[in-house]
Design a protein around this ligand. Sequence first.
Ligand SMILES: O=P(O)(O)OC[C@H]1O[C@](O)(CO)[C@@H](O)[C@@H]1O
Ligand SMILES: [Mn+2]
Length: 454
Amino acid sequence: MAADQVLIPPPSLSAKYEGSFAYLTVRDRLPMILTKVIDTIHRNKNNFFEKHGEVGVDAEKRAISFLSKLRNELQTDKPVLLLTDSADDTEAWNRYMQRQQDLMEDGQPVSWFKSPWLYVECYMYRRIQEAMWLSPPIGDFDAFKEGKTSSFFESQQAIISLCTYLREILASTDNASKKWLFEHFFRLLQVSLWGNRCDLSISAGQENSQKSNPMDCLADLQQFILVDDSDKVWSVLTSAQGSGEGTEKTGVRVDIILDNAGFELVTDLVLADFMVSVGLAKEVHFHGKSIPWYVSDVNKQDFDWTISQTTASNHKHMSSCGVQWKRHVKDGAWSYHDHRFWTLPHEFCDMPAEAADLYSTLQGSDLILFKGDLNYRRLTGDRMWEHTVPFERALRGFLPAPLCSLRTLKANVQVGLQPGQAEKLASQDPEWMISGKYAVIQFCSPLKEQQQGS
Ligand SMILES: O=P(O)(O)OC[C@H]1O[C@](O)(CO)[C@@H](O)[C@@H]1O
Ligand SMILES: [Mn+2]
């Protein structure tokens, strides 16, 4: 194969492949999500009236009419339209549409069933936001908020178990050996991984919460982790502290690119609390979305709300977690960041050109944890890679710092597997890439020695 051919990435997943998961998502799941958004806005009509009077009711009608039109465009495969809301990302979106247009064969218009799945799916969420922004004064209404809130309450027992586990292990860290630290880190990393099963996009907004004690399931779930690079993650964290090199560093920084609110966010906070409390990290930077996204993704409001709810719990371990988390925020060990790039449709390899400031911020991290399926799709460009292609190759140059994806498989892209592994899985379980039953802890580092898990 010629060298230039090797560098050309495979095609994007798309609804144009009839019967594919992308096709079924665009045909069935996205319209269902839109219908739920419309229902939610309608159900809140009285609240809008109480808050804003008649203007609120007019805004509700206006938003619903924009959204019904959007659903119709999607279902009839109409050309994708330019955004008209003059927000600070509008131009970037419209530029990206032109880029997609240039990629279309025979000058066909960019459309829902012909263009890349990643692009049109992100575009739907951005159009929902446009409908809201064009309907003042209800522009800031988060139609997914109710679902995120109830998924937190439905996971209450699991959250209590997890908080109890954390407080108990932290109470006994005095003589913690390195082995002890690794064992607990390893467990909490896995809890955060499996927390990713609880997103509300794959279930089109249907309840999908954690019911059982997460610590009890870990051993049984181990067999479903297809790539497990946790030892490399551990080695990055410990070597960043200077151990083994004789160079004491002042503080390790971990960045967590968050995914879903509800149980998953709690698992991320627990992992972050553990890292900071035992000194594995000095700072944790959380990155969330600035607009409602993929039904259950975390935004600033969800982040603050989750910490407040945890603090207000009448369970002693849960509330003491909340108190501790507030303290981490207050003393600067934890910080929340958002950036418009997280809600743009680009593959992550576009980040240096599209969001150079964010890329250089991430370069300051010692370890970046990317939570969830959508982040994995953007890391790998949501392309039809062969399953044995190395993760680093699929990243196409995106490697601001050592990074690790913690992801349950809910879309048909997966790289970095052993020869024959995918074939075996496919013969045992045709749904292996989309059911959320399997997962990866997949690591890549710009530093060669860390790739080996030294
Ligand atoms: O919350 P996550 O893990 O990013 O998952 C989002 C889900 O939405 C999808 O984009 C499908 O609509 C899938 O990729 C995935 O199942
Ligand atoms: Mn999500």
